[in-house]
Design a protein around this ligand. Sequence first.
Ligand code: SF4
Length: 425
Amino acid sequence: MRTVALHSLGCKVNAYETEGIQQKLQEKGYLIVPFDSRADIYIVNTCSVTNIADHKSRQMLHRAKKLNPEALVVAIGCYVETGREVLENDPDVDLVIGNDRKMKLPEIIEDVSTEQSPRHIVSTEPSPRHIPLTRTRSFIKIQDGCNRFCTYCVIPYARGRVRSREIPDIVSEVRDHVAAGCKEIVLTGIHISSFGTDRDGEEMIPLLKELNTIDGLRRIRLGSLEPAYVTPEWVGQAKEIDKLCAHFHLSMQSGSETVLKRMNRHYTPEEYYEKVCMLRDAFDDPAITTDTIVGFPGETEEEYEETYDFVRKVGFYELHVFKYSRRDGTPAARMPDQIPEREKHARSEKLISLGKELSLAYRRRRIGTTAEVLTEEVRDINGRKYMCGFTPEYICAAVSPENPSNTLITGVLDELLTDETVTLK
Ligand code: SF4
């Protein structure tokens, strides 16, 4: 059996995509192994959000070749768009696959592996139709690109302007996944709040309504949302979509008004908090998750403390903390008062620890409530086997291992098995 090791750098979108690619490869019979072991194929989903991200992407590719000089080393992701030439000339990289061909990766790997010597592939062909899959959760990319130009981000340059897929095309893909057994979909993209804005405007609600009618599909999860996008009208319509999970990743980046301004994010912490309250009023204690950047240029101790206090005030279920690092070509890279690495590290550690505390508080708060878990796989926890899955709020819940996977089980969240897992009775 051929072994594949995958590594994802950067944002949540990359992590989601990597998980999707991994599942496709598993279904094709590949064995997934840890990245630091010897594998036949290494796939690095690169990131290009900063110069350091570029560097780390190259490092991971080189590391892969060192681990097994005979392996096929594949680069995908944003750095392929910004550093294509560097990668094409890198002797350690065998395959360079553009974002538009990424989902076709398993087929491309199969084609290339049968050749005597691998060759570089950089394609600009339109995205191929996704292949139906059999799994619990499928990741459906509904758009690409972003028009926002946050001052720290290279994505609008790397991935271009917003391009949304057609609703019938998405619906048909979801139907294929459901026919193959999938019960939950996650709508992903670079900026899904912009879905449809490259055509006539807001199209997310029409899409959700249509997906909601698909028999056999039980859950729809949103990858992430922009605060400005969440309005009373949107929330009013969204809460009527009964398959929509009460899990909202509401992009924040900073809890300081002045830092948000320098980031070119068009909201204040107060406005952000209003959106959180809207979601909490409409849904039953939804899971609110977010990303935050610490050490943005000029971030004073006071501004950092504002973020820290704001994170506590919101009470996020999950907090992804990123240390700011420069990205050439972005306005933030030229801003004065770059924060020393040591200081960024200290700020990040403190916030990560707050994030863990809040996450645990949310799980604890949910104990005693009724929840529905969609089972996924058997895991070994504290020396015992459990069938684990996730609730709509993305709480990892454990039931007895005799339960089959890909099944919805309703019960009461009982007790913490670990800080991350709750039993369901
Ligand atoms: S919204 Fe901002 S951070 Fe997100 S992709 Fe667009 S420019 Fe980048």
